[in-house]
Write a protein that binds this ligand. Structure first.
Ligand code: GUN
Ligand code: FE
Length: 445
């Protein structure tokens, strides 16, 4: 089929491209077969043929399309507590709220209810690719992958590994390192068996929760598993809060990134959440390994009182994507994450009280533009995952959101540029403005 629509998508960190009434041709496999722009030679004849064949759907100028969002870090089991307990410190929040909640997911009925509800919610907000932490429970973690496969979301799912007997509560941990490794391998094969059962695909992820919850033995074993299952994804948390960062420094005498690297856990398929405390050397190491960071601006504000210096990282060739971090971040909407990424970036001040800096607030050149943040939510996510998603060009998956311009997005006059309209739509859109969502050529909303 083919869709004619105004479209916006990132072509670089700084630049968003506008395509006026482009014709997007989608093939059987759900990939964009071709895009015809208005000024191309074939446009008229292609359009005529598609109309004759009844294959062209035309959107009016009150609608436009953008790529679906790629949410690089979500704790699906934490959805029930989203929006609560965020005034606690990370370590208190984990032990008092999060571990008790996650431990309930061995109840498959409860897991099914929560996971189905969350995936639908995430689709509603235009998230077409999602990278999930599930829980330590293998069965319900596989179930999350199956739910995504059924509901049409492209997903990467990890069974969480927590084997340390001191830092994890007795009611919520794997028995020991061997048990973690056995369960992880079982989970990987379980998900690989259903990977191709859906057009958009689901993928297993090796998931040490974070260094504090894992023994050296398990980290080493997971690194070996990653070697064995070539090309497998890896996810964890890295240099998140002062508490977490100091813990790792004390245990290993080095930062998280170097510690993970010593266990062979940094590959080009590694996605690490947060990274607020990454040093220049950490950033260089991660860039060398082609690993990526999932920036979680909302939870970074709550738990780390920190801002990831995105532009510094990008200057060091470190790829940064964006994430909601449910429920350290309260909102399942990547629109909210985009808005917070921009706002937070304007407040980066290196920990110096801005009142002391001769009236100069914030840090020069740290601000992210809307184009920058949109890039993080789309193309950078695709780059992190090495998947053809996040762009509306030939050979990319047809993962789109159809945005309707209504009174939520005021339009009393013709904007000075098409980008002005795009910018205000991304900042003001409500879930009701996301009229349709398509993944791999299938409509999911
Ligand atoms: N570090 C370890 N586990 C978690 C988690 O669930 N959320 C956040 N934000 N940080 C973590
Ligand atoms: Fe997290």
């Amino acid at each position: 089929f083919a869709l004619e629509a105004n479209a916006y998508y990132s072509i670089s960190f700084d630049n968003v491209k506008f395509v006026e009434s482009g014709i997007f041709l989608v093939n059987e496999e759900g990939f964009i077969e071709d895009v015809f722009e208005k000024d191309s030679v074939e446009y008229k004849s292609i359009r005529k043929k598609l109309v004759e064949d009844g294959k062209l759907r035309v959107l009016d100028d009150k609608h436009f399309i953008i790529p679906g969002f790629i949410d690089l870090h979500i704790h699906a089991p934490q959805w029930p507590q989203s929006g609560s307990a965020l005034d606690q410190a990370l370590e208190v929040w984990l032990n008092k709220y999060t571990f008790p909640l996650e431990s309930k997911f061995k109840d498959l009925e409860f897991a099914s209810e929560v996971y189905t509800n969350f995936v639908k919610q995430s689709l509603k907000f235009g998230t077409t690719t999602a990278m999930y932490f599930a829980t330590i429970d293998v069965k319900s973690s596989s179930m999350l992958a199956k739910i995504c496969a059924r509901l049409g979301q492209r997903a990467l799912v990890g069974k969480v590994v927590m084997d340390d007997k001191i830092s994890n509560p007795s009611y919520y941990r794997d028995e020991n390192a061997k048990d973690s490794l056995k369960k992880t391998e079982y989970f990987i094969n379980d998900v690989l068996a259903i990977k191709d059962s859906c057009k958009q695909k689901v993928y297993p992820v090796i998931t040490p929760r974070f260094i504090p919850s894992c023994t050296d033995e398990v980290l080493k074993g997971l690194g070996e598993l990653a070697k064995e299952y070539k090309g497998i994804y890896i996810q964890s948390h890295v240099s998140e809060s002062d508490w977490e960062h100091s813990y790792v420094k004390e245990r290993f005498g080095i930062n998280d990134s170097f510690a993970l690297d010593s266990f062979n856990l940094l590959t080009d398929r590694t996605i690490l959440a947060h990274g607020c405390h990454l040093s220049d050397d950490d950033m260089k190491l991660l860039a060398d390994r082609s690993s990526s960071i999932a920036s979680c601006p909302i939870s970074n504000a709550y738990f780390a009182n920190a801002v990831l210096p995105v532009k510094d990282a990008i200057d060091k060739s470190l790829n940064i994507g964006l994430a909601t971090d449910i429920s350290g971040g309260y909102s399942p909407s990547m629109y909210t994450a985009i808005r917070q990424a921009i706002i937070s970036s304007r407040m980066l001040n290196d920990g110096v009280d801005p009142r002391l800096r001769s009236g100069k607030r914030g840090r020069e050149d740290s601000s992210l533009s809307l184009n920058n943040a949109f890039y993080l939510a789309t193309l950078a996510g695709g780059k992190a995952l090495k998947l053809p998603v996040g762009k509306l060009e030939k050979d990319y998956a047809f993962d789109i959101q159809i945005i309707k311009i209504d009174d939520n997005i005021p339009s009393f006059y013709k904007e000075k540029s098409n980008l002005d309209l795009f910018h205000k739509a991304i900042l003001l859109a409500e879930s009701t403005n996301i009229e349709e969502v398509w993944i791999q050529g299938n409509r999911v909303k």
